[in-house]
Design a protein around this ligand. Structure first.
Ligand code: RM4
Length: 270
């Protein structure tokens, strides 16, 4: 039996939407009847990804009998404040409004603490945390000031790394704790506009971020062994939780919350 559509006619914007978790959420939102705009960095590396995404989007829309004008991709570097405003502007110009914003774009290069350079530290912080701030601020401005009635759902893709450390992630875990904190404070700041802000905390999900890390069979086996559900996560594992938080009918009283999606990894001490 086909699942019901939970986001019919809603407009969603997702940063980092051509790969990994962002891509899986974009496709699932489309399947649920939403209009979707994705941000991506741009440049030659993105071209094959964009073509593949467009192909998957057309196939999905055809298989669910939806019209084709439901997806756009906007290039831009999230570390720049104007990227957030331009992304939201193009989303609203194309689809008329904004209901859901997913701040997902992020980087993680594993590195020994003693070898983290200022360049790596700055790039990680400005992409993961500053980028989330600018994007969420731009989205919230649209949701609070330019639509009537105001309102919306903002989702920050944080991480299990907001709660626990990682020896090769000393430059990264503070950014994910930062995203969680940002979402908590924006939940407070934006409640009066009926904008809900929540965080998803993925565990170890196989994406390009940890491709190299997970190529080490020792490390992969160790991580799998620590996860009560017995497997690493895959990007679509985040899609259902992201639909839940986007859908006001399901999560209308949920704001400032954090949802771990980690197969039980966090609670597994012994
Ligand atoms: C996560 C967590 C995962 C890692 C990714 C890149 O937040 O640390 O284990 O694979 O980052």
């Amino acid at each position: 039996m086909p699942l019901p559509q939970l986001l019919t006619g809603k407009v969603a914007a997702i940063t980092g939407g051509l790969t990994g978790i962002g891509r899986a959420i974009a496709l699932e939102y489309l399947r649920h009847g939403a209009y979707v705009a994705v941000n991506h960095l741009g440049g030659a590396n993105d071209e094959p990804l964009l073509l593949e995404m467009k192909k998957d989007v057309s196939e999905l829309l055809a298989s669910t009998s939806q019209d084709g004008e439901r997806f756009i991709a906007v290039a831009g570097d999230v570390t720049k404040p104007e990227t957030g405003t331009e992304f939201i502007k193009q989303t609203v110009e194309t689809f008329g409004r904004l209901d859901v914003f997913v701040s997902n774009a992020g980087v993680c290069r594993f590195e020994e603490f003693l070898d983290v350079t200022p360049t790596l530290l700055n790039h990680t912080i400005t992409t993961n945390l500053t980028g989330a701030f600018y994007g969420i601020q731009a989205a919230a401005n649209q949701m609070a000031r330019f639509q009537s009635p105001p309102g919306g759902s903002i989702i920050g893709i944080s991480s299990i790394s907001a709660l626990v450390g990682g020896g090769q992630q000393t430059h990264y875990t503070p950014t994910k704790a930062g995203v969680l904190s940002l979402v908590q404070s924006t939940a407070v700041a934006l409640g009066k506009y009926n904008i809900r802000c929540n965080a998803l905390l993925p565990g170890t999900i196989r994406t390009q971020l940890n491709e190299e890390d997970m190529r080490d069979p020792g490390k992969r086996g160790y991580m799998e062994g620590r996860i009560p559900l017995g497997r690493l996560g895959a990007p679509p594992d985040l899609a259902g939780p992201a639909v839940f938080l986007a859908c006001g009918e399901l999560s209308g009283y949920v704001t400032g919350a954090q949802l771990l999606v980690d197969g039980g990894l966090f609670v597994n001490l012994q």
